[in-house]
Design a protein. Structure first.
Length: 224
């Protein structure tokens, strides 16, 4: 009986060709399906956000919470609430809220379009292009959300100075500093919280899409 050589057996085993578990076409289909699901998740998250902020906006509008906050700041600075200033503020606030909801609705529609266009039968280059476009859409949505927040804070501040100017009121430096610092700190904290929210919720899904995108590009480079 021949002597068993373990080293020779190992060498022979290592030299055996490794069978590929899936071919590129099957991998493409799996990546397509996973990418489609990730886009679907973002679509439904954006729908939930749209509904949530719509209901919240209506609640605060009818409760007059934003108007009350505006009046409290004016009173702190020694100004009075006038019908003209209050009406202008309410109308501007309503216009910003409507604009915000319209923009969110637009992005919900864009996310839905992206979801619909990522099809199983789409070719490799088409799928790569769709994922890249989708990532750009998500980034634009996050950026515009932050810009709208800054715009609202700027309008809120501008109306405070407008009210002070129309009533010829010069607040003390300490009161003015407290109000301005309060507004700036509130805005910065809100922006950070919004950024963290999108980073956590959308970022997790985008990172998974990035992983799929890298695999797709690897397949594309091998096919060339």
């Amino acid at each position: 009986m021949p002597e068993f050589d373990l080293d020779s057996f190992k060498k022979t085993w290592q030299e055996q060709p490794v069978q590929q578990k899936y071919d590129n076409e099957e991998i493409l289909k799996m990546l397509n399906k996973k990418s489609r699901n990730y886009v679907k998740y973002i679509f439904w998250i954006s729908v939930a956000e749209f509904l949530f902020f719509s209901v919240l906006g209506l609640f605060y509008f009818f409760q007059g919470e934003e108007s009350n906050s505006f009046v409290k700041v004016l009173e702190r600075l020694g100004a009075q609430k006038t019908p003209e200033v209050e009406n202008n503020f309410d109308n501007t606030y309503l216009a910003i809220k409507i604009l915000s909801l319209l923009i969110t609705a637009y992005f919900v529609y864009k996310f839905y379009q992206n979801y619909r266009k990522i099809k199983i039968e789409e070719n490799l280059k088409g799928l790569i292009t769709r994922i890249i476009k989708f990532k750009k859409t998500v980034n634009a949505f996050i950026l515009i959300s932050i810009v709208l927040l800054v715009a609202f804070t700027s309008v809120f501040t501008a109306f405070i100075f407008y009210a002070l100017n129309t009533q010829n009121i010069e607040p003390t430096n300490s009161d003015l500093t407290i109000v301005i610092v309060g507004i700036v700190v509130s805005m910065v904290l809100t922006i950070v919280l919004v950024w963290l929210y999108y980073r956590l919720v959308y970022g997790i899904i985008i990172r998974k899409l990035d992983k799929n995108l890298k695999q797709l590009k690897d397949i594309d480079s091998k096919e060339k």
